[in-house]
Ligand binder design. Structure first.
Ligand SMILES: Cc1cc2nc3c(=O)[nH]c(=O)nc-3n(C[C@H](O)[C@H](O)[C@H](O)COP(=O)(O)O)c2cc1C
Length: 218
């Protein structure tokens, strides 16, 4: 690594001067309530794509991969995401149905980490999610071949134009490969940065269907 790169990396700012706080005394029983409060604060702070999260999965041989997805919903089955079910993440989840989500909102100095078991949702749920997406996103999901090697951008453009025409002819067309999954959290951790370095970490863990929470050393 060059000295210049090291100097640049050391000089980069992480957080603004003013940061919110995390009050452990008033933390709710259920981590979902705190997450929704924090998401609303991220929306108010104009964080771009505040619903974007890193989904980490692992292959059967232990190799870990991660990518960005958007959170679609939270309901009684868990935190919902959507994707193709013929790609790498779906293969990972088929072999090892456990995953982690990570949210990072730099403007607020906040991170949320979630781990838990993942289950595929119903066909009806997946179809409703697909039909709720903009036409361009539906067309891109219909193209297929996600994560396979692509010989040229023109090949993709042609396939996309074909898919977009199919969507426009038939707006209720659904990609059979589109699926939704829920991650049912067993652990959720909230991390709040502080300018004085007294960062606060609050971890929720589920025991016998009840949530318990406590502080962690930062
Ligand atoms: C901000 C952002 C949001 C994304 N949201 C999704 C999503 O909701 N679903 C999805 O399948 N891919 C989404 N992607 C693309 C994924 O990061 C990834 O490239 C793709 O799903 C292929 O992942 P895989 O090969 O690990 O299965 C998003 C990418 C970005 C940068």
């Amino acid at each position: 690594m060059s000295q210049n790169l090291r100097d640049l990396l050391r000089s980069l700012p992480s957080f603004p001067d003013e940061l919110p706080t995390l009050s452990v005394e008033s933390a709710p029983e259920d981590p979902t309530d705190l997450f929704i409060d924090w998401l609303a604060a991220a929306v108010d702070a104009a964080v771009l794509a505040p619903h974007a999260m890193t989904l980490s999965t692992s292959e059967p041989n232990g190799k870990v991969t991660a990518r960005t997805l958007v959170l679609k919903d939270i309901d009684e089955h868990g935190w919902v995401f959507a994707s193709r079910d013929d790609g790498a993440k779906a293969r990972d989840l088929g072999a090892n149905p456990f995953a982690a989500l990570t949210f990072f909102w730099p403007q607020l100095g906040r991170q949320v980490r979630v781990t838990g078991a993942v289950r595929k949702r119903s066909r009806a749920d997946s179809e409703a999610d697909f039909l709720g997406r903009p036409a361009a996103s539906r067309a891109s999901a219909l193209v297929g071949h996600q994560s396979e090697p692509l010989e040229s951008l023109d090949a993709y453009r042609d396939a996309y134009a074909d898919a977009a025409a199919r969507v426009s002819e038939n707006p209720s067309l659904v990609a059979r490969t589109w699926s939704t999954w829920s991650i049912a959290p067993d652990e959720v951790e909230f991390w709040q940065a502080s300018r004085d370095r007294g960062h606060v970490r609050l971890r929720y863990r589920q025991h016998a269907r009840k949530w318990e929470h406590g502080l962690l050393w930062p």
